[in-house]
Design a binder for this molecule. Structure first.
Ligand code: SAH
Length: 227
């Protein structure tokens, strides 16, 4: 899988995309992530990529031209299945979207900034708009990092224990059961006996019951969908 990110503040993407699972996924060739600085595609002598909004709206807007040039140049090299714009008014991002995107070969993700991007970018160049939640960030870089993180861990082989992504919350419409590690007792706080029993069938039953209980209590609307 290859992901090209277009950003006016590429520094914001460095740490989230260069450690832990994503770092390993890149090193093992599961994913290639290329961060492009939009300023490199600006024709302006000061590498400007934004301008004032028409109509007197406060705040700067990312201009069409550098984004168009960047996307055209990438599309000249390969075919992209989706050109995604991160936006608070996009489709809500879910585990289902992450599953779907994890099977794509080439993706572009455009990060907005300031007031957003010129609407013509969205009308003519973008194939999909994704929101990570009903709140507003300063820029799309953190949203892109979240989308990419959740996609990459789903690529088969990226997580060392392959089944672990399948048992995560939302993957089957349920929240995960609680997890514990050693010591079995700390300050009198005990791990549930069942987990120490060695009875695999009973442990699996307990986990399912815990998942159902937590989903019913914490996310009743998800629980209703199961019935
Ligand atoms: N004026 C816009 C918000 C701009 S915020 C509005 O009111 O809708 C600047 C940029 O941050 C956006 O263009 C987008 O790329 C990113 N962003 C902000 N909130 C986001 C969210 N919830 N999900 C995805 N991207 C978001």
């Amino acid at each position: 899988m290859r992901i090209d990110i277009l950003s006016g503040v590429p520094e914001l993407l460095e740490s989230p995309l260069n450690h832990s699972i994503i770092k390993r996924a890149k090193e093992h060739g599961f994913v290639e992530i290329i961060i492009h600085n939009l300023r490199d595609f600006s024709k302006d002598k000061h590498r400007k990529i934004d301008d004032y909004a028409f109509g007197g709206e406060a705040g700067m807007v990312l201009s069409v031209e550098p984004i168009d040039i960047a996307i055209q140049s990438l599309q000249g090299e390969r075919t992209y299945e989706e050109i995604i714009f991160t936006s608070p008014d996009g489709e809500p991002f879910t585990q289902g979207t992450a599953n779907e995107l994890s099977s794509k070969k080439n993706l572009i993700i455009l990060c907005g900034h300031y007031k957003g991007v010129d609407q013509r970018v969205r009308e003519h160049l973008i194939t999909r708009e994704i929101s990570i939640g009903d709140y507003v960030l300063s820029g799309g870089e953190l949203a892109a990092s979240i989308i990419i993180d959740s996609i990459i861990r789903l690529i088969p082989g990226v997580l060392s224990d392959e089944t672990s992504a399948l048992t995560d919350s939302y993957q089957d419409g349920l929240l995960s059961p609680p997890v514990y590690t050693r010591p079995a007792e700390y300050k009198g706080w005990k791990v549930p006996d069942i987990l120490l029993s060695g009875n695999t069938a009973q442990i699996e039953k307990w986990k399912m019951e815990e998942s159902l209980r937590r989903t019913k209590n914490l996310r009743p609307e998800l629980y209703k969908k199961l019935q």
